[in-house]
Design a protein around this ligand. Structure first.
Ligand SMILES: NC(=O)C1=CN([C@@H]2O[C@H](COP(=O)(O)OP(=O)(O)OC[C@H]3O[C@@H](n4cnc5c(N)ncnc54)[C@H](O)[C@@H]3O)[C@@H](O)[C@H]2O)C=CC1
Ligand SMILES: O=C(O)[C@@H]1CCC=N1
Length: 267
């Protein structure tokens, strides 16, 4: 198994690390997690992960380097690690809005860089991960696709769509979670205690998503089965649409995609 270094072990880096171990893709001892303040990684050290504040040493000891810092933190990290970067390294970047070309411009044109856009459900093997590359070898691309397939579904896309993938799939986790919270708040208004309302909303959302996954149907075809003529579902659904339900999701996703494309500045 190739040694992995995750540079910037925050929310997504740690979710990825947990997911890869849970999926038996890697052992914790084979993954180095870096972060500036190591006290946040005590629980991970106890699970067997190698934890370090030294990015340079982490890169030197790894074959696969996963970049998971914020876009505005990237240039500092790349400048720091350049002396240890070798042609055999494979870089995977999960950073929004930074192209493979921008990373190669700093590390060297010969370095293999593949972008992956997972979401936090990667911690439980349920990510939707989009992958794009710019002249990476087919062997490295296949390896990276295999890696992310162990922790969810993978779609290979053109790199120019990575910011759209960020909005729909990575930010999307938050959008669907907020929808579930709103549904549970509605549930409280109509008579349930908060804990039971949340449990009901979560299972209803899971069941709705599973209907689409298992039946491979369109949402409207499943909606048609719920909306009885002159019934209460269509009354509620139309009220939501009059208040901009679909429109607000679409507008939010468009704004997130625009923002994802403007998070990084080259300087
Ligand atoms: N949170 C999410 O759901 C997703 C995030 N992303 C991308 O992943 C990246 C990280 O996002 P988050 O995990 O949300 O942010 P975060 O702030 O939780 O994680 C970044 C981590 O990098 C560490 N860090 C900063 N400078 C460092 C340095 N010089 N050396 C080592 N570690 C350093 C920070 O301490 C922090 O723990 C971003 O570029 C984001 O666009 C991509 C997909 C999903
Ligand atoms: O909010 C963000 O910028 C990151 C990228 C996708 C999810 N979280």
């Amino acid at each position: 198994m190739k040694k992995i270094a995750i540079i910037g072990s925050g929310n997504i880096g740690l979710s990825l690390a947990r997911g890869l171990v849970k999926a038996d893709y890697a052992r914790a001892e084979e993954i180095t997690l870096t972060r500036r303040n190591l006290s946040h990684l005590d629980a991970y050290a106890a699970e067997g992960f190698v934890v370090s504040a030294d990015n340079v040493a982490a890169v030197a000891s790894a074959e696969v380097v996963i970049l998971a810092v914020l876009p505005q933190q990237l240039n500092h990290v790349l400048n720091e690690i350049i002396p240890q970067v070798k042609s055999g390294h494979l870089f995977i970047s999960v950073i929004s809005g930074v192209s493979c070309a921008a990373i190669k411009a700093r590390l060297g044109a010969g370095i293999q860089v593949i972008r992956a856009m997972p979401n936090t459900a990667i911690a439980i093997g349920q990510s939707m991960t989009c992958i794009a590359s710019d002249h990476a070898s087919s062997e490295n691309l296949a390896d990276v696709i295999r890696m992310f397939e162990t922790v969810g579904a993978v779609v290979k896309i053109n790199e120019e769509l990575m910011t759209s993938a960020t909005a729909l799939c990575a930010c999307g986790t938050a959008f669907f979670l907020r929808a579930i919270r709103a549904a549970s708040q509605g549930g409280v208004e109509i008579g349930f205690h908060a804990d039971e309302a949340l449990k009901m909303a979560v299972q209803t959302a899971k069941g709705a998503a599973d209907l689409l996954l298992l039946h491979q149907t369109h949402p409207e075809s499943e909606i048609d089965k719920v909306t009885s003529p002159k019934g209460c579902t269509i009354a509620g659904l139309n009220e939501m649409e009059h208040n901009g339900f679909s429109s607000s999701l679409i507008k939010g996703i468009k704004l997130s995609a625009e923002k994802a494309g403007s998070l990084y500045t080259k300087e």
